[in-house]
Design a protein around this ligand. Structure first.
Ligand SMILES: [Zn+2]
Length: 58
């Protein structure tokens, strides 16, 4: 049995097989962002912190 796990991007609410765990403001809350949103959020953001990559298939 193959089980594909997906997660929802916290920004665009779309499912993705790869998500980046990031902090994007001073609240300290971790969020998951898909590659597309991650690119936007990581640019010109002094509060951006990278916390790892989550993959549906290991
Ligand atoms: Zn997204």
């Amino acid at each position: 049995m193959t089980r594909i796990r997906t997660k929802i991007c916290d920004r665009c609410q779309l499912q993705a097989e790869i998500l980046y765990r990031i902090r994007i403001d001073k609240s300290g809350e971790w969020q998951f962002a898909c590659p597309k949103c991650w690119q936007l959020l990581s640019q010109d953001n002094p509060d951006y912190v990278y916390g790892g990559t989550w993959k549906a298939r290991k």
